[in-house]
Design a protein around this ligand. Structure first.
Ligand code: NAP
Length: 487
């Protein structure tokens, strides 16, 4: 049981109203949930803009963290994030603090919400990895003009999200899981997700498992959205694809979401704080109401969840719309919410039959940090990253001379991923950030730190280095990629 109750049996939920339109949509969702008769003990806490303004860089106060650690269940409004500078996203902080590794984002065609895809039967769910990948937010300025963001993906993280995707398929009676990756380009990171998917898929023989390149997935989603059922993908790809899929069924106003972890679940809409609409009582609360439906299912309130889902469908069938669907004759957020509450208990006329939801079985993965062991491993060289205004030939000759007395030799230099030394005739626009690849002269040896540090001392005597990566072999397989043009 991943929730807690009060002494009188009410289910405890931490509620974060959020920024911008957040308080309006979260109030709407709370009113609907309360109207079902399910007894919820709401514990209201803050996070986001007001907290940043008070000078707390995380945007998430300790009291909020304590409450979530106690209740294990959160209904959350959107939180603003400053763009391009300053504080980190409080949303991402919350997801990461409580290891909510899976982000479930379902979209389903709704009656009366006319889109270019109406009548196609769109009904799919994106299962997005939620804590790793580029959104781990590990960024560095490597030179004054060159920025780096580390894309970290782990076997453990891939296994958790892939298993979750298959379990979602089982719980919701879905038949097909696509794994969308960019493994053709990022062979180690995105490739790990693809490989993990292919290893786990045979454990679910009743489910059709297919890999798809993520850009083609975006293309196919627009052309044939009805062919998709479950899509599992990495963090950033999932963020982008899920905004796309919300567009298929009428926009962000209709796209709910759940951040799922083995301990804590955070329910929130896909959309953000839409600040231009804040306080105007015009915004569509459906996405947060449907997020509350997902929360009710998580709390074991399957019947109440279905009643709310049906009431939303009936309301739309009646032609009650907020202004994102229809400007003329639209109703306020409050009036729309009133209509949903009035429709509790009514069954939709035209909607597709309700999906039967079984409890979601969360993957059990050992928590040991060293999840994967290699029987054999060897370091065969290192990439030393150097900041230099020199031309590639000049830099290359200098580094060759510096490495001459050592056990390592300069194999190549690349600039922004393309080999530029020894010159291969490429026409490359270079920047002052060079990846200088040194490998052991003896191809059977194992590089010691002493040898590497000796080389580094020599390099630093003439050049500014800022970063170093060892080149590893695990069980005979290369643990790094070649540069574009490197043989
Ligand atoms: P956004 O707030 O999602 O808004 C983008 C547009 O989507 C809105 O201008 C509006 O479109 C439409 N929209 C969003 N919610 C809607 C709703 N409930 N009903 C009807 N239409 C809705 O995205 P953003 O402008 O990129 O981000 C604003 C802030 O929110 C940023 O600070 C961002 O970091 C944050 N954010 C937070 C979360 C989160 O808390 N999980 C997620 C995403 C973004 P029209 O303009 O066409 O009417």
């Amino acid at each position: 049981m991943n929730y807690r109750t009060t002494a009188d049996g009410s289910k405890r939920v931490t509620v974060i109203p959020g920024d911008g339109i957040g308080p309006e949509v979260v109030t709407a969702a709370r009113r609907v949930v309360d109207a079902t008769g399910v007894r919820i003990a709401w514990e209201e806490h803050e996070a986001g803009a007001a907290v940043f303004k008070r000078g707390l860089p995380s945007g998430v106060p300790q009291e909020t963290i304590r409450s979530i650690a106690d209740t294990r269940v959160v209904l959350k409004g959107p939180l603003e994030t400053p763009v391009g500078f300053g504080e980190k996203s409080a949303n991402v902080t919350l997801r990461k603090l409580f290891e909510t590794y899976g982000n479930l984002r379902p979209v389903r065609e709704l009656p009366g919400v006319v889109t270019p895809f109406s009548g196609r039967g769109v009904d799919l769910i994106i299962v997005r990895e939620n804590v790793e990948d580029l959104y781990a937010g590990i960024e560095h300025m490597q030179t004054p003009g060159v920025a780096q963001c580390l894309k970290l993906m782990s076997r453990k993280g891939c296994e958790k999200i892939v298993r979750l995707a298959f379990e979602v398929a089982v719980a919701q009676g879905r038949r097909r899981v696509h794994c969308a990756t960019k493994a053709n380009i990022m062979k180690h990171t995105e490739g790990l997700l693809k490989k993990t998917f292919e290893q786990i898929a045979p454990e679910y023989p009743g489910i059709d498992a297919q890999h798809i390149i993520v850009d083609n997935c975006a293309h196919q989603l627009v052309r044939f959205p009805e062919t998709f059922d479950v899509i599992v993908t990495s963090n950033m790809n999932g963020d982008i694809l899920s905004d796309l899929t919300s567009g298929l069924i009428g926009g962000l106003g209709f796209a709910p979401g759940a951040n799922i972890g083995n301990e804590v679940a955070i329910f929130e809409a896909v959309h953000g704080s839409a600040p231009k609409y804040a306080g105007q009582n015009v915004i569509n609360p459906t996405a947060v109401i449907l997020s509350a439906v997902m929360m009710l299912r998580h709390l074991g309130e399957l019947e109440a969840a279905q009643r709310v889902e049906d009431a939303v469908t009936v309301t739309l069938e009646q032609g009650v719309y907020t202004r994102d669907v229809q400007v003329d004759g639209s109703v306020t957020t409050t009036a729309y919410t009133d209509a949903v509450i009035a429709n509790l208990g009514r069954r939709p006329a035209e909607a597709a039959p309700a999906r039967e939801h079984k409890p979601l079985r969360l993957p059990e993965i050992p928590s040991s940090p060293d999840y994967v062991h290699a029987a054999r491993r060897r370091t065969i060289g290192a990439d030393i990253f150097v900041e230099s205004p020199h031309a590639p030939d000049e830099l290359g000759r200098s580094l060759e001379a510096l490495a001459e007395p050592t056990q390592l030799r300069l194999k190549m230099i690349s600039n922004r991923g393309t080999k530029v030394y020894p010159a291969a005739g490429a026409i490359t626009d270079c920047v002052d950030h060079w990846r200088c690849r040194f490998v052991l002269r003896d191809q059977d040896a194992d590089l010691s730190d002493d040898v590497l540090l000796d080389l580094l001392q020599r390099v630093k005597s003439q050049h500014r280095w800022m970063h170093i990566e060892k080149l590893s072999e695990f069980d005979g397989a290369l643990g790094y990629t070649r540069a574009q043009g490197e043989d």
